[in-house]
Design a protein around this ligand. Structure first.
Ligand code: LMR
Length: 398
């Protein structure tokens, strides 16, 4: 049956973790997969999550199914975290379903788009997260790219992006990263979000917003200001939410898909399709992570404690950006590395040739995906000098 299947190459991101684990070097550094790490290189369970977990388990009396839409309280609270007061205003027009992580939300969204409008095209940023295209494309939907990142300025190529959007036909879908663009770390300013909203609205385009890093850029509110501009103005919006990073719930696969529709009747119809799509793929989402996040968000004290933990993570990521920029500048004063500090979130692109990136992994034992994306949370006071030495050693390669 399966004899004709060929062995696949490793996943561009998950393969880095495997290669890192195989490397016996004591000096190896993992700047690969996007998980937050503390100064000791650990990804601990957040204290607020631990406490909520204890409360959830103590209160649990049964393991019966929760239902196809998952934990309704979680859905409401996580949408409220993303949309703020708009969530109540848009409640009747919103259909939300708990999903298997942010990936599940993206995939169900793509399945629904494909079912509702088989000819629709989703435009993703160039570059985008390495799994976006496989994940969305497996639904059968057509994908294209729009210009996004300018490697010269290390910022958003905004004029080219807008020009591209202005040429799209009505009904085209545009996938946007709400904050902490993965892999570039280059985000839209609020003025730019405003201009994007004008174009989407004027041309009848549909935003599909991927919110995987709320709280990891600047703070819980600032990181969703652009999303809220879109949600407040556009008739239709898809929102994929992940709790992997900001709640540190990675392996619990916790997320949600919220779709804001033109009217309440359409939202009710969408909810039935969301449930059926999930049912046909995996039946129902897992309970544990969503129950924890719902508990944290529903308890004022715990919610504050959690926000403080996330704020501390952001401070560290910004410090590591500054530290690495400083260490590189000290070695190459003629080269500008300040873009590292201007960018946001966990990731930045080194912008090196493939040969240089290969040398970083194979010779320097500093691991990252083949596009040269580095996870700044993998940098620490202990390894920053060594990472900077390695980067400058390969700078001119290729
Ligand atoms: C990443 O971008 O590294 C994370 O989102 C983890 C993943 O699944 O790729």
């Amino acid at each position: 049956m399966f004899g004709n299947l060929e062995t696949l190459p490793p996943d561009p991101i998950l393969g880095v973790t495997a290669a890192f684990r195989r490397d016996p070097s004591p000096d190896k550094v993992d700047l690969g997969v996007g998980v937050y790490r503390d100064q000791f290189g650990n990804t601990p369970v957040l204290a607020a999550v631990r406490e909520a977990e204890r409360a959830v388990i103590a209160a649990q009396r049964t393991k019966v199914y929760v239902g196809p839409a998952g934990n309704i309280q979680f859905n409401e609270r996580i949408v409220e975290l993303a949309l703020g007061s708009l969530a109540a205003e848009l409640k009747d027009r919103t259909a939300a379903i708990q999903t298997v992580g942010g990936c599940g939300a993206l995939r169900i969204g793509a399945e629904l788009l494909h079912a509702a409008a088989p000819d629709s095209v989703v435009h993703v940023s160039d570059p985008t997260w390495a799994n976006h295209e496989p994940l969305l494309g497996s639904s059968g939907i057509t994908l294209r790219r729009y210009p996004y990142y300018d490697p010269q300025t290390r910022a958003v190529a905004f004029d080219r992006m807008l020009e591209h959007l202005e040429r799209l036909p009505s009904g085209a879908v545009v996938l946007l990263h709400a904050c902490c663009h993965n892999p570039s770390g280059a985000d839209l300013s609020l003025e730019q979000w405003d201009a994007v909203a004008d174009v989407l609205d004027g041309r009848g385009l549909v935003p599909f917003v991927d919110l995987a890093y709320q709280g990891f850029g600047d703070d819980m509110e600032a990181d969703v200001a652009g999303l809220r501009v879109l949600a407040g103005r556009l008739p239709t919006l898809l929102l994929a939410i992940s709790c992997s990073k900001n709640f540190g719930l990675y392996r619990e696969r916790t997320g949600a898909l919220a779709i804001i529709a033109e009217d309440a009747a359409t939202a009710r119809a969408i909810a039935t399709h969301q449930a059926r799509t999930g049912r046909r793929m995996y039946s129902m989402p897992p309970d544990h992570g969503a129950a924890i996040a719902a508990h944290v968000l529903g308890d004022a004290q715990l919610r504050q404690a959690w926000q403080d933990e996330v704020s501390a993570m952001v401070v560290r990521m910004k410090q590591m950006r500054a530290l690495l920029a400083g260490a590189l500048s000290a070695r190459r004063p003629q080269v500008d590395f300040l873009w590292l500090e201007r960018q946001r979130g966990m990731f930045s692109l080194l912008g090196l040739a493939p040969a240089a990136i290969a040398a970083l992994c194979d010779e320097e034992h500093v691991y990252m995906p083949p596009d040269g994306r580095i996870n700044l949370a993998g940098v620490s006071d202990q390894n920053v000098e060594r990472v900077a030495d390695s980067i400058v050693r390969v700078l001119g390669r290729g």
